[in-house]
Design a protein around this ligand. Sequence first.
Ligand SMILES: [Zn+2]
Length: 126
Amino acid sequence: MPDFHTFCPFNEEHELTFSEKEIARAKRFRNKSGGKIMVACPFDCRALAITKSDGTMPDDVEAWIPDESDAICVPLLNDTVIRMPAGFVLEAGVKLYRPGSGGPLLGRREYMFAHGIDPECFLNRG
Ligand SMILES: [Zn+2]
């Protein structure tokens, strides 16, 4: 499978490229993202879901993502519910992120799914 090229739904100047490896990882961990193929925009750190252009997401991801004209990124959560991370703690070498609004510590993918932001991306931006 070639790299998947698309645009961020929040800013058309954010050109996104996801490698086969990243998509395979997103697929493998879909149990942590409500069954969605979840990725993040590296420019604004928003969590995105890859769907077909009609909004559906058939199981045979490898078959349809390469058809770039029929695969798009959509916001995972809407703007009213996203939460920025306040920091992280290390537990047994695993980063757990703390929502700025309070709440339980979450791993990176769990945080993206619950709060709509890639916490690692956001905290690295400083
Ligand atoms: Zn973006």
